[in-house]
Design a protein around this ligand. Structure first.
Ligand SMILES: C[S@@+](CC[C@H](N)C(=O)[O-])C[C@H]1O[C@@H](n2cnc3c(N)ncnc32)[C@H](O)[C@@H]1O
Length: 257
């Protein structure tokens, strides 16, 4: 085991943070650059610093996982979701079970909930929103966003689903109630099943090809027959055919009926 592998294994043992399955060169570069900034020499010293000070561990997590999100990210694909994918799903059932996997600070599940309320008001739906980073989940649950974070969203959503408190926009409780937030690691934990729609967007960027293939297979098993996986706008599934997905639209993968 070399120094990097020992560091990864210490992270798991000490902090329950499992980075196996992530691309080593990118991770190593990010970790080393942070250690240089913090003037820490050696992985053992870094582990000790993080053990001693929560703020350093938080800084490490911030540096590693890029949590950036936005409401209705890549709008054109949300239009496809609204105009084609959801209406197709609703021909099979009038109830939708949805999972936003890697939901970060909540913009994705709240966008989903607003879309359902606005365009499919008579449909029963539930949204599971998960991430392995509890700090982003806390922000997601709080549902408080700055002016900058809500910029670009259609004003009908902003006026209907948020209350304004000074400069802060707060998601209404009635919308929050549609979403269950849960800590969940996509690489190491079991998946729930029975979903009509799964969103996993802009999450897999640092995953190795093997990890991605495994993840997309696990999503396949979690979908109901006819269910859809919605990926990010640069994320094509190379193993889609092999797994059994067909294409419902670009970036929408369907499990056969
Ligand atoms: C860039 S954000 C994407 C947020 C949202 N899906 C979007 O497209 O705007 C990526 C999120 O994936 C989460 N993530 C990374 N690896 C994960 C893992 N193994 N399990 C669960 N979440 C993970 C990160 O914590 C981060 O919040």
């Amino acid at each position: 085991m070399d120094a990097y592998e020992k560091f990864i294994s210490d992270l798991k043992r000490v902090f329950d943070l499992d980075l196996t399955g992530y691309k080593r060169p990118q991770m190593e570069r990010r970790i080393n650059s942070l250690m240089r900034v913090l003037k820490i020499e050696g992985y053992d010293a870094f582990i000790n610093e993080m053990k001693g000070e929560q703020a350093i561990f938080n800084r490490f997590l911030d540096h590693l996982t890029i949590n950036v999100s936005e409401f209705f990210r890549n709008q054109a694909q949300w239009d496809v979701l609204r105009e084609k994918i959801i209406p197709d799903l609703l021909t099979k059932s009038n109830e939708l079970r949805i999972w936003s996997a890697g939901c970060s600070t909540g913009q994705e599940p709240y966008s989903l909930a607003m879309l359902m309320e606005e365009h499919f008001p008579r449909v029963n739906y539930s949204i599971l929103a998960s991430d392995f980073d509890i700090r982003v989940l806390d922000k997601a649950k709080a549902g408080k966003y700055t002016e900058r974070e809500v910029a670009g969203m259609e004003s009908k959503y902003l006026t209907k689903y948020f209350s304004k408190n000074n400069e802060e926009y707060n998601v209404l409780e009635s919308l929050k109630r549609k979403i269950t937030f849960k800590k969940h690691n996509l690489i190491t934990e079991r998946f729930e099943s029975g979903f009509d729609l799964i969103l996993c967007r802009n999450v897999v960027i640092y995953f190795t090809e093997e990890t991605k293939a495994e993840l997309y297979k696990n999503f396949f098993n979690s979908l109901k027959p006819g269910g859809i996986l919605f990926t990010g706008s640069t994320e094509q599934i190379i193993t889609a055919r092999e797994i059994g997905y067909s294409s419902a639209a670009i970036f929408f993968y369907q499990k056969p009926m």
